[in-house]
Ligand binder design. Structure first.
Ligand SMILES: [Zn+2]
Length: 414
């Protein structure tokens, strides 16, 4: 088969089924700690094989911008999805960016399907499904709505029977387990040429690397990955973003409430703070992340920049053009300022607008530059990268253009 060209990148056709796994919130340490604890033997072997790398994700280090970068091979400046929300000035409305109409390019998944590949996508939450499956022929469903999957909408039916697991709660580790279990069953019964599995970061928001709760999750994941490896699949694993503790010494959330602060400096209703992490499922992070964008103009913009930049806990304040350039983001979907907080600090709007009552564990979150490092792991030997600096959205390039047929795991055991 001829190579496929998508968004300016060329991909060779796969020889074996390719399974791309996006582990939501997978800070690299989760893998090394699970391996060290002896609960993830497959991951341990890959980590020691020479086919494990660290790369950079997209900032804002959020789920949707990164998942879309992974499947399109390009940054948000090209595909358009830079968060869950933006503010539409013309409509004077905060608009959700979960609709495929905001996607500005096609995906490699759709391109391979069009060229005749059997493609399957399984996500944990349904919010990602429509974006990832946009204009794609094949199978595409979420764990969350597995029971409702139909041939017409999802390219598959009777998913729950196939997977043999009850549909899990949206706030559970099982929601991600269902994704892996479905991946194994699809490989067994349909052997897709290209499969994309995307989990949820429920566990990573709750448990730090090396803790019992985290290791249990990675042990579960390891069993499914080992099964797919044994079935002859090429496995390429990355993450949408990392995850860090965002608490003070006493364990309370370390929050800078931007709207409250700004209202104090320039007055009420002179600015609008948007937190693009906000989505309908906020229980585990209270809509608090390390990235915010502010709509504020003229002299007020100067005042806000000058007051905000030196604050402890603020990593960087950039204007629209500088932020779009540095982080490769679409300027028309950013505010006038972009603010990133430091490793253990999150950004809120007004204290009164964040319901933190659902937080049953010390806050862990993401969104900033401090959560940019992600793993890239392959169960085959990698060639021809020559110390190249990798992004998570290079995963398809490496998996299709830079892997040897020889298994990295067995090679390491030789
Ligand atoms: Zn995520």
């Amino acid at each position: 088969m001829n190579p496929i060209e998508v968004n300016g990148r060329r991909y060779r056709w796969m020889h074996d089924p390719l399974v791309v796994v996006c582990v939501d919130g997978c800070e690299y340490d989760y893998l090394t700690e699970a391996a060290r604890a002896g609960v993830a033997p497959f991951i341990a072997k890959v980590l020691g094989s020479g086919s494990a790398f660290k790369g950079d994700c997209v900032v804002p280090s959020f789920t949707n911008p990164n998942n879309l970068s992974i499947v399109t091979g390009v940054p948000p400046a090209v595909h358009g999805i830079c968060g869950n929300y933006f503010y539409d000035r013309d409509a004077d409305a905060e608009v959700m960016m979960n609709d495929p109409k905001y996607l500005r390019t096609g995906t490699a998944l759709a391109a391979f399907a069009d060229a005749g590949a059997k493609v399957a996508v399984v996500t944990a939450k349904d919010k990602l499904r429509k974006l990832l499956g946009h204009r794609m022929k094949g199978i595409c469903f979420s764990s969350e709505k597995a029971a409702e999957a139909t041939l017409a909408e999802n390219g598959i039916e009777k998913v729950v029977e196939l997977v043999g697991m009850p549909v899990p709660s949206v706030y559970s580790a099982e929601l991600s387990e269902f994704v892996f279990a479905a991946g194994v069953k699809l490989l067994e019964t349909r052997r897709p040429d290209l499969m994309y599995l995307s989990t949820t970061d429920y566990i990573q928001h709750k448990f730090a690397p090396g803790t019992e709760g985290a290791n249990k999750f990675y042990a579960m994941m390891d069993r499914y990955l080992a099964k797919m490896d044994a079935m002859g699949a090429v496995i390429a694993l990355t993450a949408d973003h990392g995850m860090n503790a965002k608490t003070r010494a006493d364990g309370t959330p370390n929050v800078i409430y931007l709207q409250d602060a700004i209202d104090g400096w320039i007055g009420k209703e002179k600015s609008r703070v948007i937190l693009p992490i906000t989505d309908p499922y906020v229980v585990h992070h209270g809509a608090l992340g390390s990235f915010a964008t502010i709509y504020v103009t003229g002299k007020d913009k100067e005042t806000v920049t000058a007051k905000l930049a030196p604050l402890e806990g603020i990593e960087v304040v950039l204007d629209n053009a500088a932020a779009a350039k540095r982080f490769e983001l679409p300027p028309d979907r950013l505010g006038d300022l972009v603010v990133v907080s430091t490793k253990h600090v999150v950004l809120g709007t007004s204290a009164s607008r964040h319901d933190l009552s659902g937080l049953d564990a010390p806050l862990r979150s993401h969104g900033g530059i401090s959560e940019q490092t992600v793993p890239l792991l392959f169960n085959r030997r990698v060639t021809g990268l020559q110390g190249r600096k990798l992004r998570n959205f290079d995963i398809l390039d490496v998996a299709l253009n830079h892997l040897e047929a020889r298994a990295a795991v067995n090679a390491a055991a030789d």
